[in-house]
Design a protein around this ligand. Structure first.
Ligand code: DAT
Ligand code: MG
Length: 134
């Protein structure tokens, strides 16, 4: 199977809690390659684009406040079946269902501050890599 690319973001809680190295280590041990990376601070406009599917949710204001609360660490990650593979390493959106051994299962204890974002499809990966690296 041909290599895929995905967009991964370590959210402000991961940066504040000094977990960048820990998460990168898991990605590298899995055998994926980080091909681009940068630390950046996001504004409300880019968060509204990135989470357009959630704008009408009651938790959106908290999500926006969290995502703009400090720097994030953006990465493009490459590997065979990496989009689904990274979602598996991350653990599910509902962190109460995230098992130990997954990134969210090991480090997240509430629904908003859940350490990591990963693209959920090939289309999303292309759009998100463009959004955060161009
Ligand atoms: P994912 O990040 O697993 O792709 P998503 O795209 O549905 O999940 O949601 C984006 C983020 O929004 C998620 O990482 C955390 C927040 N979120 C989602 N559902 C939530 C909920 N029910 N309560 C609070 N925050 C939520
Ligand atoms: Mg998502």
């Amino acid at each position: 199977m041909a290599d895929e690319k995905t967009y991964i973001m370590l959210k402000p809680d991961a940066v504040k809690r000094r977990l960048i190295g820990e998460v990168i280590s898991r990605i590298e041990k899995k055998g994926y390659q980080i091909t681009q990376a940068k630390l950046m601070t996001l504004d409300k406009i880019v968060i509204a684009e990135h989470y357009a599917h959630l704008l009408d949710k009651p938790f959106y204001p908290d999500l926006e406040a969290f995502m703009t609360s400090g720097p994030v660490f953006s990465m493009a990650v490459e590997g065979e079946n990496v989009i689904a593979g990274m979602r598996q390493l991350m653990g599910p959106t509902n962190i109460y269902e995230a098992l130990p051994g997954t990134i969210r299962g090991d480090y997240a204890n509430n629904m908003t501050e859940n350490i990591i974002h990963g693209s959920d499809s090939e289309e999303a990966a292309i759009i998100e890599i463009k959004r955060f690296f161009e």
